[in-house]
Design a protein around this ligand. Structure first.
Ligand SMILES: C=C(O[C@@H]1C=C(C(=O)O)C=C[C@H]1O)C(=O)O
Ligand SMILES: NC(=O)CC[C@H](N)C(=O)O
Length: 924
């Protein structure tokens, strides 16, 4: 597998980048502050494990986390000797310990270290880590008889009291019921060598490991603790310990949401065992080490690097706690938000009317559309299981005022920025590596709208609100206060922890591909569906009455007039023109082909790829693969015609497939400079899935979807209700979802404060026009310094140290529901299976990144049709697990693409008819 870093380099992209190194030894009182080294085997659950460890450590400090190829045994020896670490946790991970360095990096050498100092360090291995320990002591690590991914099993713990273990300060399972539930993610298992076939049996020394717990135990074996050492006729070994060294391992995942609360107890028990061990051993070891100065053989340079990491992780923690109370003075923001409001009360007006009246014929129009909440079209057809509103605000606009920008980033690092006069103001390779996320972060820092400004933003009432209170100021729940809106492609992942390797790197195709298309918006219209209000807002430079300010106020006045016009001017809706239901007898593929589309992988090819994905799963390389396919069509139409088509397409799509995170973007490129520098694109998206939202206070929320079942007409009938039940009880769908929930917990953990990552909603049903979905909610909170008042300070030094909301986005991107887990390895597998084809906007994220404290709300781009430079594209896919049936998965892909394909077919038919009538009348 390409892309793995070498063993003896510590990566500079380590998230805890620290200050200048300080090689001094720790003060004595900190010395025995148990420090854990977490070796991350490129897993997608390591960050949650880090949080669990932090919760178990005295001062909630995070472990020192290092990838398995970024540290050497000599490094570890140095850290132990300097009392900088005194226990090691080996994370889960893809692959097998039997592959040696390839999958396990330093782990293999660590477990095989000869010197007592390193051998003596207490070690706790999780899943891959567990298997690595077993492998080290001669067990076999082979394909499991009962592979499980995201499934919860009963684990039975050996009951007898173990004197040796108690001596070390307690048992690994102290306080855990004898039989408890734990989540498993493994394809391989550790088998006791004695159980191997006679012919293969090797002569080995005394057994060094003791099995402590089992799963998959048949009833008759429960009596004797689960089948001895584990083996063909026994259960699957779930926990082990070494007889002499304080080394422990568990095959299940203690950090999974479904192993709570026992997972944490087990980790804490390991910590206690390690503490007790050191109490007894430190003195002894030190004496031995006295005369043995040769054991740490790393260079001064290397020591500096290691100290930098240690200090950085310590600092992160200190910073988190100390900055909480700091109440630094706010520097005044240089930009100001102005707004006016129009009431929609007593009016049947919908956001579609507002968009059509104000922006339908405008250049660079966009619409972040909470379509499910939009008046009559928004039949919020949830079955009541999850009644929270799925989208309260819609944001729309077009080419705006003096601060407005059009931005496009390419894969080759090029960034082009155009102003509202159609002049290119910037065209460069940003920061040397073209980081669009960095660019956005910097710009949002510059344009920050302080909380004070947001709260006191004067909102002129246009229509006095009669009944009920009149609203003063913008609603607190509104995160958007101008800022970036747009679309980040799936390939933006190259700026995240998900490197891309194109075999044909030099091909101009991969280089000039659009990575991101955005507008920096300084004028926008916001519809509040809940309060039935419309706001026009604009961002201006703060200061005395400038011409810009005058123009901004004038824009507010004319825009509110236009909004009023949309109240009177009842526009034609798609709903009025199109049949609600079409009777199409062709299947999705036939229909798509009949209008000129072609799948990238036809049914046979796709099913073959599903099988390959499953092979990779069974080999232990991945637990779940979100595989996707794409329908494409070459479509070079006249500019005007294309613009018209995509607007009509979007109106129809939102009507026929209302979704809470829907969006329309006109990224067409007109003429002149714009044509010369920008791609010609449209995004029409009816996504039901929120990727990530961050509010003004740094509270993050992800709502991953996994589990899809078709609805049965008439909606709500007994069969339709049965479909909900089937989805709720499906082992496969529940497992898929749990895997992604744990993945998202992991992805939020990297940025969030320890103890804040929670799952307030697990496996809830949401129902849409054509499908029921299983949805979960994962939340977390950024350290308080990263949000709130401090942003306005503009103090670069301070700001750089904080985890900005965009960094949190970057840590979590690409959406885990579109990759599967573990993300790092799985995205590589996907890249290979999808013929190294970029997914482009599909699978990426559309949303806003606001000037209000960098709050953002971004979806997962699915159920979409996109257009770029002459190609129309509809992506669709689904999560593949060991339990997937290839034929059913193909059906799911067709199901997801179907409504989009139907909509394209219908709209084109309608436009064709209109053209014929027009031609006919002009002829007549
Ligand atoms: C890949 C798609 O959807 C993703 C996969 C889902 C699933 O496997 O059930 C559900 C929602 C999305 O996260 C798609 O719609 O194209
Ligand atoms: N979660 C894990 O660590 C998995 C370990 C190993 N790759 C397996 O599949 O069994």
């Amino acid at each position: 597998m390409s892309g793995f870093k070498s063993v003896d380099t510590i990566t500079d992209d380590f998230p805890n980048d620290g200050k200048a190194a300080n090689c001094s030894r720790l003060d004595d009182d900190k010395q025995h502050h148990s420090r854990t080294l977490l070796i991350d085997n490129y897993d997608s659950y390591s960050n949650i494990l880090a949080h669990v460890i932090a919760e178990c450590q005295d001062n909630s400090s995070l472990p020192l986390t290092v990838r398995n190829d970024a540290i050497s045994v000599s490094d570890i020896r140095f850290l132990v000797k300097e009392h900088l670490i005194d226990r090691i946790v080996i994370s889960p991970g893809p692959g097998t310990p039997s592959s040696g360095i390839c999958d396990s990096g330093v782990v293999d050498a660590l477990l095989n270290a000869k010197d007592e100092l390193v051998r003596g360090v207490p070690i706790f291995g999780v899943c891959f880590g567990f298997q690595a320990i077993a492998f080290r002591y001669g067990w076999d690590v082979v394909r499991a008889r009962h592979p499980k991914h995201g499934e919860v099993s009963e684990v039975t713990v050996k009951e007898e009291e173990d004197k040796e273990e108690s001596r070390r300060g307690g048992l690994l399972f102290k306080g855990v019921p004898r039989v408890f539930n734990a989540t498993r993610y493994h394809s391989l298992e550790a088998l006791f060598p004695g159980k191997r076939k006679e012919a293969e049996k090797e002569v080995r020394g005394e057994e060094e490991l003791v099995a402590l717990a089992w799963a998959d135990v048949v009833e008759s074996e429960k009596e004797n603790g689960g089948g001895g050492g584990g083996g063909e006729e026994g259960g699957t070994v779930m926990a082990l310990r070494h007889k002499v060294y304080p080394q422990y391992g568990v095959q299940f995942h203690p950090e999974s949401i479904c192993t709570e609360p026992h997972g944490k107890t087990i980790v804490k028990n390991f910590m206690d065992i390690a503490d007790a061990y050191w109490k007894e051993k430190r003195g002894e070891m030190e004496e031995e080490e006295e005369g043995n100065e040769t054991t740490t053989t790393i260079s001064e340079e290397r020591k500096t690097v290691l100290m930098k990491l240690v200090n950085a992780s310590r600092e992160t923690q200190d910073k988190k706690s100390s900055n909480k109370s700091s109440n630094k003075k706010q520097k005044k923001s240089a930009y100001r938000l102005h707004a006016r409001e129009v009431s929609l009360l007593d009016s049947p007006t919908r956001s579609e009317d507002v968009f059509r009246t104000l922006f339908s014929d405008k250049k660079n129009a966009f619409w972040l559309d909470s379509a499910t909440a939009d008046g009559s079209s928004g039949t919020n057809d949830s079955n009541g299981d999850n009644d929270t509103p799925r989208g309260r605000f819609s944001v729309m606009g077009c080419q705006g005022g003096p601060l407005w920008r059009r931005v496009e980033a390419r894969m080759n690092g090029k960034l082009v920025v155009m102003n509202n006069q159609d002049e290119i103001v910037k065209s460069y390779h940003h920061g040397g590596n073209g980081s669009i996320l960095e660019y956005m972060d910097e710009e949002l820092k510059r344009f920050n709208v302080s909380e004070e400004n947001f709260a006191t933003c004067i909102v002129d009432e246009v229509n006095a609100v009669k009944d009920g209170e009149s609203v003063k100021g913008l609603p607190e729940a509104l995160l958007f206060a101008c800022g970036f809106v747009g679309s980040l492609s799936y390939e933006t992942r190259e700026e995240c922890d998900s490197p891309i390797f194109f075999a044909n790197d030099s091909s101009s195709n991969s280089n000039t591909m659009v990575k991101a298309a955005l507008y920096f918006v300084d004028q926008a219209v916001v519809v509040d569906h809940e309060k039935k209000m419309v706001y026009a807002m604009t961002l201006t430079e703060d200061g005395p009455e400038t011409e810009d300010l005058f123009e901004a106020l004038e824009w507010l006045a004319t825009t509110t007039l236009d909004i009023n016009r949309s109240l009177l001017n009842k526009v034609k809706h798609v709903a009025d023109e199109m049949p609600k239901k079409t009777v199409v007898t062709q299947n999705c593929t036939q229909l798509a082909e009949s209008i000129g589309f072609k799948w990238r992988d036809d049914k046979e090819e796709y099913m073959e790829k599903i099988k390959t994905s499953q092979e990779r799963i069974l080999d232990g390389h991945t637990y779940e693969v979100c595989l996707t396919n794409a329908l494409t069509r070459r479509d070079v139409g006249a500019y005007k015609q294309t613009r018209h088509l995509y607007r009509e397409l979007y109106y129809a799509l939102r009507e026929r497939n209302p979704a809470p995170y829907a969006a329309f973007f006109d990224f067409s490129n007109g003429a002149g400079e714009e044509k010369a520098h920008f791609s010609d694109m449209y995004v029409c998206c009816a996504s039901p899935e929120r990727f990530l939202r961050c509010d003004q206070n740094g509270n993050l929320e992800a709502k991953p979807i996994k589990g899809t079942i078709a609805r049965v007409e008439p909606l709500g009938c007994a069969e339709d209700v049965k479909a909900v039940r089937d989805l709720q009880t499906s082992v496969k769908d529940n497992a898929e979802n749990l895997m992604i929930v744990d993945l998202l917990r992991n992805d939020l953990s990297l940025a969030c404060e320890v103890g804040t990552v929670k799952v307030p909603g697990l496996l809830k049903i949401e129902s849409y026009r054509t499908v029921h979905q299983l949805v979960s909610t994962v939340v977390g909170t950024l350290p308080s310094t990263s949000s709130g008042e401090n942003h306005a300070e503009g103090n670069a030094d301070d700001d750089d140290k904080r985890i900005s909301p965009i960094r949190a986005f970057q840590f979590a991107f690409p959406p885990g529901s579109m990759t599967g887990a573990p993300k790092y390895r799985t995205t590589q597998i996907i890249h290979e299976l999808e013929n190294e084809q970029p997914r482009e906007m599909y699978s990426g994220s559309v949303g806003f990144w606001s000037c209000r404290n960098k709050a953002f709300d971004a979806n997962v781009v699915i159920r979409s049709v996109t257009y770029k430079d002459g190609e129309m594209k509809i992506g669709a896919g689904g999560a593949i697990t060991r339990l997937s049936d290839p034929l059913e998965e193909w059906g799911e892909v067709e199901l997801k693409a179907r409504r989009i394909v139907e909509t394209v077919a219908e709209v084109e038919r309608k436009l064709e008819r209109e053209r014929e009538i027009k031609d006919y009348s002009s002829y007549a």
